[in-house]
Design a protein around this ligand. Structure first.
Ligand code: ADP
Ligand code: MG
Length: 502
């Protein structure tokens, strides 16, 4: 195992600071791989199918049925392992993890134990306090269990085995996180990488991304680890943060009352906002792991591993850095724009076509993100594609339409699918810069508000905004605001400020 390389950081939150105790957190993240078929049989992995419709003797564990490994799943797992800087082992070994549970028809889960697919990775997490590194202990492959459904029949639990055998990777971090906020940031950034890799859809509500959070506390300055507990059942980022905050508080109370934290597993109750004990924690020997006798060791050639390494896409941290360095964007923009690969692609297409990255960023981070939020859309689903957005940006830049009118045109583009130029022409939205026309509006406004003009003359300069608003109203938003400001200054001020009238 590699050395800890974290820099000393200030405590990230009050919750990890109180009482001179610090929190120590390690996450186990289960990620469902985006394959059409299960890990050891050809059943479909589709979400939402009729219960128990995608099952066969292999995933039901019927006697004599033999598993075979899905090569596509292995490649996705290797991609992920490489992206997290792990050493991918040419030989790894599947193992049986034995336990009894209603949703586990075989009585064991095929996982990897002593010889996992990949070990010793590193992941750099960006936070407001800078960067810090989280060591990845291992990434192994395993199959998912089925699902117990408690809401189908009164007073009975139903079991749906469609998910049994779905391919997963488990990504285990070293205990390198120090606060619930840090854990959340790490998780969000891990998810972003996995999405960029096209390894999983990471849908937390559908269970494609599940997290077990391990946490202990210790007096600040101490380097040994305290007894940890494991919290399960969080299905959102905020759930992870809240559950950890609650559990750290609970552990601190136990210690403050002279007690000792007990090794156990707890469930997060989102509704009550509290953790409650599920069972005293099992040890790995309770699972009686042994090598899976029905599968040979998993062998991947170093050539194949290197080929997969070459196929890795640009990862979000690199892309964000490139946006800062090559496109000269502020860090904030770079982070927002790389939140998803689709959004980054969208932005880059706009930036390329307009030749102005900051301008493209303003449009994407402003009206485009607002549109995504409003319609709950991903960037790939946006009705206004980059090619047609560019035309609108040009119209605004040329001064043909104002910024504000531009935003309305964008909305119409989304609704009708028409081009910016068509809409501007049809609705007569072209910005008015004709001096006579503008002067006419300005004069009308000043003539109909003699009282305000007088007050302005007496020094009430903030009325400038009022006059401006009136002119814009009269022009239905089409007047060129710069010109209007210049004309107003000219007509209102005895000695106009030259900076304002330009
Ligand atoms: P277990 O055998 O209980 O599964 P592991 O040593 O395999 O424990 O670690 C599982 C996860 O718990 C890892 O993510 C690891 O970083 C984290 N972890 C281990 N010990 C501690 C601790 N004392 N405090 C917080 N997290 C821990
Ligand atoms: Mg474990």
């Amino acid at each position: 195992m590699s050395d800890a390389s974290r820099r000393e950081r200030a405590p990230a939150s009050a919750s990890s600071d109180a009482g001179g105790m610090e929190a120590v957190i390690g996450l186990e993240i289960h990620v469902q791989l985006q394959t059409e078929r299960k890990l050891f049989c050809p059943d479909s992995t589709r979400f939402g199918d009729a219960p128990n419709s995608n099952v066969c003797p292999v995933c039901l564990g019927l006697p004599g049925a033999l598993p075979t490994v899905n090569g596509e799943a292995v490649e996705l797992a290797v991609r992920a392992a490489l992206a997290f800087g792990c050493t991918v082992h040419e030989t790894s070994v599947f193992a049986r993890k034995n336990y009894f549970y209603p949703d586990l028809p075989k009585g064991y889960q095929i996982s990897q134990f002593e010889r996992p697919l990949a070990t010793d990775g590193r992941f750099t997490v960006q936070s407001e306090e800078g960067e810090h590194e989280v060591r990845i202990r291992r990434i192994h492959m395993e199959e998912d269990a089925g699902k117990s459904l408690h809401d189908r029949f009164p007073r009975a639990t139903a079991v749906d085995l469609n998910r049994a055998g779905t391919p997963l990777i488990e990504l285990v971090s070293e205990p390198d996180l120090r606060s619930p906020e840090e854990a959340r940031g790490y998780l969000q950034q891990v998810k972003r990488v996995i999405e960029y890799l096209d390894v999983s859809d990471c849908n937390m509500e559908e269970g494609s991304l599940r997290v077990d959070a391990n946490v202990s506390i210790r007096p600040r300055g101490v380097t040994t680890l305290g007894t940890k507990t494991e919290v399960k059942n969080m299905n959102s980022f905020s759930g992870v943060e809240k559950a950890l905050t609650a559990e750290i508080r609970r552990q601190k109370e136990v210690v403050a009352q002279g007690g000792e934290v007990e090794h156990m597993t707890l469930l997060w109750d989102e509704v009550k906002g509290e953790v409650r004990p599920m069972r005293t924690k099992e040890e790995s020997h309770d699972y009686r792991y042994f090598p899976e006798p029905d599968l040979p060791p998993l062998v991947i050639s170093s050539d194949r591993i290197e080929a997969l390494r070459l196929e890795l896409p640009e990862l979000p941290a690199d892309r964000s850095r490139r946006f800062r360095v090559e496109l000269d964007l502020p860090e904030y923009d770079a982070e927002v724009l790389t939140a998803s690969r689709a959004l980054a692609d969208y932005f880059e297409a706009v930036a390329k076509a307009t030749g102005n990255a900051k301008r493209a960023s303003n449009w994407v981070m402003g009206p485009i993100l607002a549109m995504m939020k409003e319609g709950n859309l991903g960037a790939e689903e946006l009705p206004v594609r980059p090619e047609v957005l560019v035309e609108l940006i040009e119209l605004v830049e040329e001064g043909a339409v104002s910024q504000n009118v531009g935003k309305n045109v964008l909305r119409t583009m989304a609704e009708t699918g028409d081009s910016a130029r068509e809409i501007v022409q049809r609705e007569g939205l072209t910005q008015v810069r004709d001096p006579e026309q503008l002067e006419g509006w300005v004069d009308e406004v000043l003539e109909s508000h003699p009282e305000e003009v007088a007050r302005f003359g007496e020094g009430e300069k903030r009325l400038r905004g009022f006059f401006m608003g009136e002119v814009m109203k009269r022009s239905k938003g089409k007047a060129d605001p710069g010109e209007v400001a210049r004309l107003l200054a000219l007509k209102l001020e005895v000695s106009p400020d030259p900076r304002r009238s330009s």
